[in-house]
Design a protein around this ligand. Structure first.
Ligand SMILES: [Zn+2]
Length: 411
């Protein structure tokens, strides 16, 4: 490639490319091959004759080159030209560590990409799907996944967990409910800190191990907000026993809604007025239209089991407004008596669950925590899963969830 660089002080083009790549001694560009037909630029890099390198393991002394191995790295495009760097990477013989491959300044060990290329991939991945990044860069998706996996894990290790006190746990399902996962979030920082591969009690242990591996102590967790789900409680009792558990009020109301729907479903067989009214009973009364309100009022005047269940739900909804623990506990006791004497089996079941998990329900009065933040994170997770479309491994899902909902910093 002949130098045709007008308008700047003439400089040896090998030196120019050496500078453009930010190389410093002993590394420099020694050859440039440019193919217009292939749309490709190949830059040959070499080290100066007689150069010595420190051992990459112990950084001890400077050693002479023992031998070299040819390597290639994909770099950022120069304009529309796909650019590759080539170099013979030296190995040194260290008195302490033996023979070691020297690290080159433009790439991390073992990667087939330069650092700048990897940074580009990282930036693109925050905005588009991995498939999209693969298309834009002309790289295979699994290579993009590997880059992301590396940097995400590295950034995750750097997250400061010293102020982490409130844990939010939430399950979500994949593949139409065939696979369940559990997200663990720092509710104050509103970031996902771990993704567990099931909703069994073992996920708590996995999470705690991950936490310890990142220099945090499970004993620093004061509060845990989660669903009324025995496996979680068992796991928490074994591994995060000091934390106060608070059951997520939205989850409890959801359980109650499901119970109302069961009651209505059975009752509508005898009472046709209940057909197609599912929505009326489940929706927050404030969100009903005028027409729906009128319809609900009429139904409530009939002597219906569904209406009774509905009133029990409204009464529990009022519990969450109470802020004084003794009064709140009394209120809940009265509610429990009413619910268990309703002769509505699904409602009685929920009431009994609340009785079993009593402390975790009442503790909301003072802690006021909910998984509301997690709900926001869950929508991020759903977006992430769409971006991971076609992902083959749970590791990929983890990577993308941490990238999107982990508030990671890549500097
Ligand atoms: Zn060494």
């Amino acid at each position: 490639m002949k130098s045709k660089l007008k308008g700047i002080i003439w400089m040896d083009e090998l030196t120019l490319f050496t500078m453009a790549l930010g190389l410093s001694k002993p590394w420099h560009v020694v050859d440039i091959r440019f193919s217009k037909e292939e749309g490709r630029l190949d830059l040959e890099i070499d080290f100066s004759k007689g150069a010595k390198f420190p051992c990459p393991s112990c950084a001890e002394g400077e050693s002479e080159v023992y031998d070299t191995k040819d390597r290639t790295w994909r770099h950022l495009n120069f304009f529309q030209y796909e650019t590759y760097l080539h170099a013979r990477v030296p190995r040194v013989r260290c008195g302490r560590c033996g023979i070691r491959q020297v690290e080159v300044p433009w790439a991390r060990p073992g990667s087939g990409f330069t650092l700048l290329f990897e940074m580009l991939v990282l930036q693109l991945s925050r905005e588009m799907s991995v498939a999209g990044v693969a298309e834009v860069t002309g790289e295979q998706a699994n290579r993009i996944w590997r880059i992301l996996g590396h940097y995400v894990e590295q950034a995750r290790r750097r997250v400061d967990l010293s102020e982490f006190h409130i844990l939010g746990m939430d399950e979500f399902s994949l593949r139409k409910g065939h696979v369940y996962m559990t997200s663990f979030s720092d509710l104050e920082a509103s970031r996902v800190i771990y993704l567990g591969e099931s909703r069994r009690k073992e996920v708590i242990e996995e999470f705690v191990e991950d936490l310890r591996g990142r220099g945090a102590d499970p004993a620093q967790i004061d509060l845990v907000c989660c669903d009324m789900w025995d496996p979680y409680l068992h796991g928490l009792r074994n591994h995060v026993c000091q934390a106060q558990v608070v059951f997520d009020r939205f989850h409890i109301m959801h359980q109650l809604n499901k119970a109302i729907e069961k009651v209505r479903w059975l009752e509508q067989r005898e009472n046709k007025a209940l057909k197609k009214t599912r929505y009326l009973w489940l929706k927050n009364p404030r969100n009903l239209t005028r027409e729906q309100e009128d319809q609900l009022e009429k139904l409530k005047r009939l002597d219906l089991k569904t209406a009774r269940a509905y009133h029990i739900k409204l009464a529990l909804a009022r519990f969450w407004e109470l802020k004084e623990p003794v009064r709140a506990a009394l209120y809940l006791k009265r509610w429990y008596f009413w619910a268990t004497h309703s002769r509505l089996k699904p409602i009685i079941e929920v009431a009994k669950a609340i009785k079993r998990y009593w402390n975790g329900v009442v503790s909301f009065t003072t802690s006021r925590i909910t998984n509301g933040v997690v709900e926001g994170l869950n929508s991020k997770i759903k977006t992430a899963m769409k971006r991971a479309y076609g992902f083959k491994h749970v590791a990929y899902l983890r990577t993308i969830v941490y990238l999107v909902a982990g508030k990671l910093c890549f500097d």
